[in-house]
Design a protein around this ligand. Structure first.
Ligand code: NAP
Ligand code: SF4
Length: 667
């Protein structure tokens, strides 16, 4: 495979084309977390990745992302990193430190930026940097790079995209300066170019210098394609070894890494950059499987492929690729639920499908001393993961599933446009159970004790069933549960009211809106849906008007606040925005009177009665646990444990379900 071929940089060689892209984990910020951070990187180095880029470290205190965020301005910290880099090098991987000055994205009150312009996603207004501070910051980047060299890093990545400080200087959107760092293109490039030149001077020629350049801004006031090419050529001249592709400002209202983005959606834009600069370039965003990575390299779109989240999901991604064990790769589903959402909540990153990420030392699997015979009831994420972990520990496992399909709630999620990745997890889990010698029995509903006779222990992972609210008329023939719609059993009509406005209501609305569209199929359809045109300034279609639905779709909720409030910070806005732009209506703070053949009769917050017309009413009113078997086990003295939605239905949550499944195999 071309993606496994080495890449010579002249003074050094990368052993393959896989880059573990920079991602903040929360372990960067404190010296006390260095051992955990080391284990995290070593695991990925053992897993065969060619180049690792750390999470972002600020070159000085002002540029830190949070008040206690990591910075690399001290030599003593650099020395403390020497064990980390040595341990990574023992596995022949290279490692670069990312230098990131957050500028106006800093989440502390002393933030600085080229101009006094507040970001729409930040609560604080930055101070405009006086000239002397601009100069000293250039020096701080170079000093921090020198510290990285002292720490044993093979290079640095200078973060110049996604709307951070260097990008803020380079962009007209955020730079209103009138000195030599503002105004003309030459002046706006100066900050970045001086950082690169100064850094190269300090670290010498044999040190990898990656610059992450924004190849698509996706916000008004962004750069034109010819300006980006000019900037890239200047960066090359200033001493950059590799250019990495940055996509979109953090404040852009276009999804760039969520699962609604098709795989490798942006690599054609990277290919344009490669053609223009003729130094190694890295393609990024939504590359999560070996085949896509291979296609990107084989097509010549890029020299290297960067993946961040897929290495959280599976540290051994590259090794499994090289050994032709691709079905053993635990795929990242681009949900962001345990990685980026955690970081935004100021928690340590983890991974929904791999609870061991960033906690490697806590999840070392020890073989069971007394192997047992387990019956796992239910083949959703909890049941399937329980089976895998128990099999890995040396137990014997049979999974019983009452329906004819595997995956539980993931099986429904995989049908939502933009969530097709969920099917990859189901396929992987099933293939692992088979590889490890487990048995799966479909269409087997366990009702009595005699059916589980002979098993030492039962794992109840029976999941949830949709709640039927006690609204008069809920039993009328035009009223359906969400699973009937998502499974394809019942076709959606044209005038629809959804009872509920939580995560599943939003997913159901999205399914109805987009069931015949192909917006997540390839980059062309996705660009059209979100108004992207890489040939235009900012990468945006001028005067773009999103398509509006011809359906009448209304979501209802008794509580106040927005729809989908339980959704994650990094993805919830995408679903809300998509529904709003499409013309979906939403009423909250209401009470239900009844469902009638004409629609849903409600009383609004101000006391007025309203009939919301509907040909079809869909119930998305939360869940209840499926725990009928619990009593059977209790009565018959059968040892059992309950996990996932069967344990707690109020908050069906695959992250918790999978974690509970993994915990079963702990000694
Ligand atoms: P949910 O988010 O808790 O929402 C339940 C909805 O049902 C609420 O709108 C609630 O509104 C309504 N409801 C509850 N009891 C009701 C009753 N008796 N009568 C009428 N309405 C009632 O639950 P969910 O939508 O089923 O989702 C389950 C979990 O999966 C959630 O934690 C959700 O975040 C998660 N999920 C996540 C994603 C994702 O993309 N990350 C996608 C889908 C689901 P009122 O009670 O105010 O009327
Ligand atoms: Fe991927 Fe989700 Fe894991 Fe993040 S939490 S690494 S997006 S699977």
């Amino acid at each position: 495979m071309k993606v496994l071929a080495p890449l010579s940089l002249g003074f050094t060689t990368l052993k393959n084309r896989f880059v573990m892209g920079s991602m903040h984990t929360g372990l960067e910020d404190h010296k006390r977390d260095l051992p955990a951070l080391t284990r995290y990187f070593v695991e990925r180095a053992k897993g065969g990745v060619g180049l690792i880029i750390t999470g972002g470290y600020s070159p000085n205190r002002l540029g830190r992302l949070t008040p206690g965020g990591g910075s690399f301005h001290s030599k003593s910290l650099a020395r403390a990193h020497q064990d980390l880099t040595k341990a990574v090098h023992e596995h022949e991987a290279k490692i670069c430190l990312q230098l990131l000055h957050a500028g106006r994205y800093s989440y502390h009150p002393f933030l600085v930026a080229p101009s006094r312009l507040k970001s729409p996603i930040s609560p604080f207004t930055p101070f405009a940097m006086p000239g002397f501070l601009v100069r000293s910051t250039i020096g701080d980047f170079a000093k921090a790079a020198e510290n990285a060299k002292l720490a044993g890093y093979d290079g640095v990545e200078i973060m110049g995209s996604e709307g951070y400080l260097i990008h803020q200087f380079w962009s007209e959107r955020t730079n209103r300066r009138t000195d030599e760092f503002g105004g003309s293109l030459e002046n706006r490039m100066r900050f970045a170019l001086e950082i690169v030149r100064e850094t190269r001077k300090r670290v010498g020629p044999d040190f990898i210098l990656i610059f992450r350049i924004s190849i698509l801004d996706l916000v008004e006031g962004g750069a034109a394609p010819e300006e980006i090419v000019k900037f890239a050529k200047e960066l090359k001249r200033a001493g950059v070894t590799i250019l990495n592709s940055g996509i979109g400002w953090h404040e852009a209202r276009i999804p760039t890494i969520a699962s609604v983005v098709p795989r490798a959606a942006f690599t054609k834009v990277t290919a344009e950059l490669k053609e223009a600069v003729r130094i190694p370039v890295i393609a990024t965003n939504r590359i999560n499987d070996p085949l896509t990575a291979e296609e990107v390299i084989a097509r010549g779109d890029a020299d290297l492929v960067s993946m961040a989240r897929p290495f959280l999901a599976d540290p051994y991604f590259v090794l499994k690729t090289a050994e032709n064990r691709v079905s053993e790769i635990n795929p990242c589903i681009a949900c962001n639920q345990a990685c980026l959402d955690h970081i935004f909540e100021n928690k340590k990153a983890s991974c929904l499908v791999n609870p061991a990420a960033c906690e490697e030392q806590d999840w070392i699997l020890t073989p069971a001393k007394n192997p047992k015979k387990f019956a796992v009831i239910g083949a959703g994420p909890a049941g399937l993961n329980a089976a895998i972990r128990l099999l890995e520990a040396g137990h014997t496992v049979t999974v019983f599933e009452k329906s004819g399909s595997l995956g539980g709630q993931f099986n429904l999620a995989a049908r939502i446009p933009g969530k097709g990745e969920y099917q990859g997890s189901i396929d992987h889990w099933v293939s692992e159970i088979k590889r490890l010698g487990g048995q799966i029995r479909l269409n087997r509903e366990i009702k009595g004790a005699f059916e589980i006779k002979g098993f030492d222990e039962v794992i109840l992972a029976t999941g949830v069933k949709p709640r039927i609210p006690s609204i008069p008329g809920s039993d009328l023939p035009h009223v359906h549960r969400y699973d009937e719609i998502l499974s394809g059993k019942v076709a959606p009509k044209h005038i629809i009211v959804i009872i509920g406005a939580g995560g599943i209501a939003i997913d159901t609305a999205s399914y109805i809106l987009h069931q015949h569209s192909e917006f997540d199929l390839d980059s062309k359809a996705y660009f059209k849906h979100w108004g992207i045109d890489p040939t235009q300034k900012s990468g945006l279609i001028p005067n773009f008007k999103p398509a509006r639905t011809r359906l009448s779709l209304t979501l209802l909720q008794r509580s106040s606040g927005g729809m989908g409030r339980g959704l994650g910070k990094t993805t919830g806005w995408i679903h809300r925005l998509d529904l709003k732009r499409s013309g979906v209506r939403y009423f909250n703070s209401l009470s239900y009177e009844s469902i009638t053949p004409e629609g849903v009769s409600v009383v609004l917050k101000d006391g007025t009665k309203k009939l919301i017309p509907a040909q079809q009413v869909i119930l998305c009113a939360g869940q209840e646990s499926e725990i009928a078997l619990k009593e059977v086990c209790e009565k018959n003295g059968i040892p059992f444990r309950v996990i996932g939605g069967a344990k707690l239905a109020t908050e069906i949550d695959a992250k918790r379900a999978i974690r509970e499944a993994w915990e079963l195999a702990r000694p």
